[in-house]
Design a binder for this molecule. Sequence first.
Ligand SMILES: [Zn+2]
Length: 255
Amino acid sequence: MNQEDKIKQAAELIKKSNYIVAFTGAGISVESGIPDFRSPGGLWEKYNPNEYATYSNFLIHPEKYWTMHKELRDMVITAQPNPAHLALATLELEYGKLKVIITQNVDFLHSRAGNTKVLEIHGTTQTSRCLSCDKRFHFTEVEAFLDQGQIPPRCPQCEGLIKTNTILFGEQLPYDVMEQAREEVIAADLLIIIGSSLTVYPAAALPSLAVQTGKRILIVNREITPMDIYANVAIRGMAGIIMPKILSTLKELIN
Ligand SMILES: [Zn+2]
């Protein structure tokens, strides 16, 4: 089947679905200028995750994590939601079909695009907390500490270590968020998977759950994924190009 037919099929899937859940990974943010951590040019090439991004190392060498974070922060601050993020915002805000986004990304771009319900299963860089007294900090407060040269930043209340609410290697995914994500997948009639290689567990267990529970599945990804064979439609390409095409076809189908 050629891509045009697949786009039409994707639009038809969306048209007949009323409780859509999206599952997004690093691929959707690549087009906003945030390289996939795992790919060439990604953060892991420069910062070995075993050294810079494990929870146990964070406790011993927090300055390493924060050095890496500064680079990620610079990318996140300058990044803008791209047409794929905006298409998902349209599916929620204009069509009322998209009920929730489950994302592996920590860049806040879905919320900035306008989506109101986003489950961040790998946490977020938007907030931080003190590991000693649990005081919470907003992004801008931590930024101020970093700009004053505090690496690692320390809690002004108790001098404890401050950590972003992202999930490091060796940390559990947030149980309540994962549980909500599972419930949403079970409630869904269509799962749209965008920009995820679907190889990173436990996150990739959610698309598997959709397969097991017989949901309709649409995949938009640059590379083939292990779930393509289970998808109703799998489109290979740039999400920022494919998603707007699907939406304009949907518009024609509905009007
Ligand atoms: Zn504290």
